[in-house]
Design a protein around this ligand. Structure first.
Ligand code: PRP
Ligand code: URA
Length: 208
């Protein structure tokens, strides 16, 4: 069953409020997203399995620990890319795959346009990044694609989630945990999250 984790760390909540503020410009929005992604990454990776590793300290041999599996970060284009660098600061050897989806403005359904994933992704721990989980359609389709490629261990990392998106994702992919900085109130008639932060892609890339 899906575990929903809302990470209410004071630094994350402080930075998220700056991001929500419509007066915050592209440069600061991008920087806050990068910083929050790193902080969220700490929680996203908390349950990762470890295996023993024999090493020698300057004093004696010992059995240490290392991550049992490689990690793949999969941003959903475009906005998910804004969370990749923050995650790579914690996981510098992670691979990065990309899935391209955009929402049709009328139907709000995701339209698929790109997929490039590491060949051995099925054997890795996968973190899907996308700041906005609104209707959940984009996350569900991205995870469908990952499962077609054999992925079994997937986590969804977002910044702001709507109850509608959490419900849909947990019904369609109950094995995928959701880690978010906030669970907002509802979706409006245009399927935007309220209060939300607006269009994440446009605010990251300055396209509106
Ligand atoms: C946004 C966001 C998610 C999606 C969420 O992307 O980054 O991918 O909408 O909405 P959903 O949960 O209802 O599917 P958008 O389609 O605006 O594309 P963009 O990132 O290229 O701007
Ligand atoms: N996509 C966004 O960027 N923002 C929303 O509120 C919903 C979908």
């Amino acid at each position: 069953m899906t575990k929903l984790q809302i990470v209410d760390h004071p630094l994350i909540q402080h930075k998220l409020t700056l991001m929500r503020d419509k007066a915050t410009g592209t440069k600061d929005f991008r920087q806050m997203l990068d910083e929050i992604a790193m902080l969220l990454g700490y929680e996203v990776t908390r349950g990762f399995a470890l295996k023993d590793k024999a090493i020698e300290t300057p004093l004696e041999p010992m059995i240490g620990k290392e991550l049992a599996s490689k990690v793949t970060i999969v941003p959903i284009l475009r906005a998910g890319v804004g969370m990749v660098d923050g995650l790579l600061k914690l996981l510098p050897t992670a691979r990065v795959g990309h899935i391209g989806l955009y929402r049709d403005e009328e139907t709000h359904n995701p339209v698929f346009y790109y997929c490039k994933l590491p060949q051995d992704i099925a054997e890795t721990m996968v973190i899907v990044s996308d700041p906005m989980l609104a209707t959940g359609g984009s996350a569900v389709d991205a995870i469908n694609k990952l499962k077609e490629h054999g992925c079994k261990n997937i986590r969804m990392m977002c910044l702001v989630a709507a109850p509608e998106g959490v419900k849909r994702l947990s019904e369609e992919h109950p094995d995928v945990d959701i880690i978010t900085a906030a669970l907002d109130d509802h979706l409006n008639e245009n399927a935007y999250i309220v209060p939300g932060l607006g269009d994440a892609g446009d605010r990251i890339y300055g396209t509106k």
